[in-house]
Each structure stands twice: as structure tokens, then as C-alpha cells.
Design a protein around this ligand. Structure first.
Ligand SMILES: [Zn+2]
Length: 166
């Protein structure tokens, strides 16, 4: 279930009851990458945040966006190793509070769905992390709506819904 809550934050609840909350600053940053122009290229990055100690919700507070080494075309985005480096830096700088919570990229379609390449990408990323004990979100930002999926090691990707970024 996806819903906006106080202060324009976005709450995503998985069937497993794991809750993710997007801070408004992250939503605003993501919105800037919508491929609204006919020549705008795909963008992407990773979602970074922490676990709320009381509620155990995953709070998405930061993100990486296209950087040197990425490859961007109208219909593809290749994420370079720079994103992983940025994540490791966030993890170290925050004394291991900030962690990997998901992946995002844009599509030049109104209502986005994952391509076969996307599905392969999720698996590659999940299998590449040895110590992942929580699910991650997979966001595809379309021209009108954003699709949100959840995935975990050894489980299939699960669709949570489409929502408009406010
Ligand atoms: Zn894609």
C-alpha cells in the first residue's frame, strides 16, 4: 500500500508489513528526473536511509543521482560503481547508520513497468550483497506515475503500486 502521510512524506507498506517512508527531500529530488522532454534521457541511482529504532520502518533520507561513469540513453541507464562508492561513504560517515534501501531509475513511459533488463539488474544487485537482511525497494519513475516494487534475496519481486510524485 502506498500513501502520502504528514509533511508530504510517502509511506510504502509491503505485504510482509515492512514499512518504508520517503522523506519529502528525496521525493523532490526524484521528481526532477522525470523524462518529460522528448529528448530527456534515463536517470538512476540508489536509495539510502536508516532504520527507525522504535517502529523498525526504513526511512529513505538520501539518494545518489547520475554521476560520472554512468551511461544514459533515452531508454537505458547503466549504473556505474560510483554509486556503490557513495553508499560506502554514507555508511562510514554516518557510523553505519545509513544503509542501502533500494534502487531507482526513470522510464520514458507514462505508467512504468520493469523491463527484462531491470529484472536482471535487481537480481544481480541482490545477489551481490552478502549481508542483506531486509527487503529493498525498486522504483521506476515514469512520465505520469512512479511504480514501486519490493524485493528480497530469494523472493520474487512484488508490486506495491503506482503513485504520482507530489
Ligand atoms: Zn528500466
Amino acid at each position: 500500500m502506498l500513501q502520502y502521510i504528514t509533511q508530504g512524506r510517502l509511506k510504502c507498506e509491503a505485504p510482509t508489513e515492512q514499512v518504508f517512508v520517503f522523506q519529502t527531500t528525496v521525493l523532490n529530488a526524484l521528481k526532477q528526473f522525470i523524462q518529460s522532454e522528448s529528448d530527456s534521457r534515463e536517470s538512476g541511482g540508489i536509495l539510502i536511509g536508516r532504520t527507525d529504532i522504535e517502529t523498525k520502518a526504513k526511512i529513505i533520507e538520501s539518494l545518489t543521482s547520475p554521476m560520472e561513469g554512468d551511461r544514459q540513453t533515452r531508454t537505458s541507464f547503466f549504473r556505474s560503481k560510483s554509486h556503490q562508492k557513495a553508499l560506502i561513504k554514507a555508511w562510514n560517515d554516518s557510523e553505519k547508520i545509513y544503509n542501502f534501501l533500494g534502487l531507482w531509475h526513470t522510464h520514458p513511459e507514462d505508467i512504468p513497468t520493469p523491463s527484462p533488463t531491470d529484472l536482471k539488474d535487481i537480481n544481480t544487485v541482490l545477489n551481490g550483497i552478502t549481508n542483506l537482511h531486509h527487503p529493498i525497494l525498486y522504483l521506476i519513475i515514469g512520465r505520469v506515475k512512479t511504480g514501486i516494487w519490493i524485493s528480497n534475496k530469494n523472493t520474487d519481486i512484488n508490486f506495491l503500486g503506482h503513485i504520482e510524485l507530489k
